[in-house]
Design a protein around this ligand. Sequence first.
Ligand code: AMP
Length: 114
Amino acid sequence: MSGCIFCKIVNGQIPSKIVHRDDLVTAFRDINAQAPTHILVVPNQHIRGADEISAEHGQVVAAMFMVATRLAESEGVGASGYRLVFNVGPNAGQSVFHLHLHLLGGRHLAWPPG
Ligand code: AMP
């Protein structure tokens, strides 16, 4: 979608630290990391947010989780633990309206989050 920053990252129009790319999903390091490992896993197709997911997105959403857990292992946080987060809407602080799964790890993550 034109104007979408994550579409531009997926399409290579703006630079990012990409750590995974396949036909369905792209993953890259968050520009404002909140933990030693902070990666965003996004669908290559534009989906506005978790509240827009429907049955037709089953394959790509499954792929997002599989990539995230594989990256957790390759980042070395699989055993110590990590958090997978979708922010939805203003109270959760969603700031980019292209579906993205945050993978956070490498430090203790407080619960509930602030
Ligand atoms: P959210 O608040 O859940 O919408 O998360 C959006 C995330 O995207 C934030 O953690 C930002 O730091 C991150 N972000 C925004 N622009 C970029 C970018 N160009 N490259 C990497 N991460 C970005």
